[in-house]
Ligand binder design. Structure first.
Ligand SMILES: [Fe+2]
Ligand SMILES: [Fe+2]
Ligand SMILES: [Fe+2]
Length: 415
């Protein structure tokens, strides 16, 4: 792979070159012909821009230096423009539920790709753990989509991602105390580990925000309930991933890391993208991010006397780029080995090993007491009542025997 270092990118677009308002809306992809991963990349970059914006707003609110706050405002204005442009790539005829299928496909394949490559065991465990939960969400939403719109989610995810139960959503409701993880140290962690924690936190946060916003505008009662339940799990995921991030770095160091993450993601998307128009947009955005990054690095040096190189002891060359592809075998393996896991504070444990009085059991019972009214269970039950069996897309039999039956929704695995 050719070495790319955004700190030294000579084509970087300097901060202060704002777009005309008429250019903020771009030509959307065609939902019927676009690759599934063109859709997931748009969701990923939209979420990354949301994170950039909110991080910089929080920084502004915790900073007592107006010169720094002015520079933040200037770059944040760019981040806002970028977010509008990326968001406009989603076509108007793609329904909220169709978009949701792509959100979950992103959650699944992005998590699997990161988990396959990351070296830090603690971060890898967090990814494998939540992977099975987003995998299950895809299955629940796919059943809702078929029931409400008569559309097959397989036509959206194509052959890359299976649609079948993972760790059943009803088993995912855990006590908040169990959602905190050990945090990494930016000084000692390798670059890919740092990027992983940043990327997945932004992506899951976007999913959480999306469900928080659309639950009450969905047109059916069933859908409103399902979005609300799954949004509660996304809150857990955001807490789990967000608590992996280094808590000891300064706001300015964190800013540099945020811009670097944006550079890495746009560059990866640029290389990976198959739609020629969108590819060009990603390249443009990458060059803009290089401008942000170089400015943030300059601020770090000016106000903290630190060179960006202290944060990147191996230099700032990009590690292996993100490349979207199916992960069917990997996911099956994780299901086989860990479907019955739950969390026990910072660790993971087979649910059968937990005592009756554990926080997990206490909390899970509290919120799922009326099992037949748990939305993630209701949606499958309703689908089976109407169609005789659930909606799935599998390349072969489900690896867990209890989850093979298609005429009954299992609510005991993982609980
Ligand atoms: Fe950005
Ligand atoms: Fe998630
Ligand atoms: Fe940026």
């Amino acid at each position: 792979m050719k070495k790319v270092n955004p700190f030294y990118e000579e084509r970087a677009i300097p901060v202060g070159t704002y777009k005309e308002l008429k250019n903020l809306c771009l030509k959307p992809y065609d939902k019927d012909t676009a690759s599934p991963y063109t859709k997931t990349r748009v969701i990923l970059m939209n979420g990354t821009e949301f994170e950039a914006n909110w991080f910089m707003h929080q920084f502004n609110r915790h900073c007592n230096n107006n010169d720094i706050r002015r520079e933040l405002a200037a770059i944040r204005r760019h981040e806002q423009q970028q977010q509008k442009m990326i968001a406009s790539l989603k076509p108007i005829d793609e329904t909220d539920l169709e978009t949701t299928i792509s959100y979950e496909q992103l959650a699944i394949d992005l998590t699997a790709i990161l988990a396959k490559h990351v070296k830090d065991e603690n971060v890898k465990s967090a990814l494998d753990f939540a992977l099975l939960e987003d995998f299950d969400h895809l299955y629940r939403f796919a059943n809702l989509l078929e029931m409400e719109e008569g559309k097959s989610a397989k036509d959206i995810v194509k052959k890359y991602t299976e649609i079948m139960p993972g760790r059943p959503t009803i088993a995912e409701h855990r006590h908040p105390f169990d959602s905190i993880n050990k945090f990494i140290c930016n000084m000692s962690a390798d670059l890919f580990t740092k990027l992983t924690a940043n990327i997945i936190t932004g992506a899951e946060q976007q999913t959480m925000n999306y469900y928080m916003n659309i639950a009450n505008v969905h047109k059916s009662e069933m859908g409103r309930k399902l979005y609300s339940e799954i949004a509660m799990i996304e809150e857990q995921h955001v807490t789990e991933y967000g608590s992996l991030l280094d808590t000891n770095c300064s706001w300015l160091e964190n800013w540099v890391m945020h811009e670097y993450t944006e550079c890495y993601l746009y560059y990866s998307c640029y290389v990976d993208e198959t739609d020629e128009d969108i590819k060009e947009i990603y390249e443009q955005m990458y060059l803009e991010e290089c401008g942000h990054l170089q400015k943030a690095a300059e601020m770090l040096e000016k106000y903290e006397g630190k060179e960006w190189k202290c944060l990147f002891p191996c230099g700032g060359d990009f590690p292996e780029l993100l490349k979207f592809d199916g992960n069917i075998d990997y996911i099956r393996e994780v299901i086989e080995n860990t479907v019955c896991y739950t969390k026990d504070r910072e660790g993971y444990i087979e649910v059968q090993e937990l005592p009756e009085k554990s926080d997990f059991r206490r909390y899970n019972k509290q919120v799922t007491k009326s099992e037949n009214q748990v939305p993630s269970h209701m949606v499958i039950k309703e689908y089976i009542d109407k169609n005789g069996e659930d909606y799935r897309y599998q390349v072969k039999e489900h690896p867990i025997e209890e989850l093979q039956k298609r005429d009954e929704d299992n609510t005991s695995v993982g609980r």
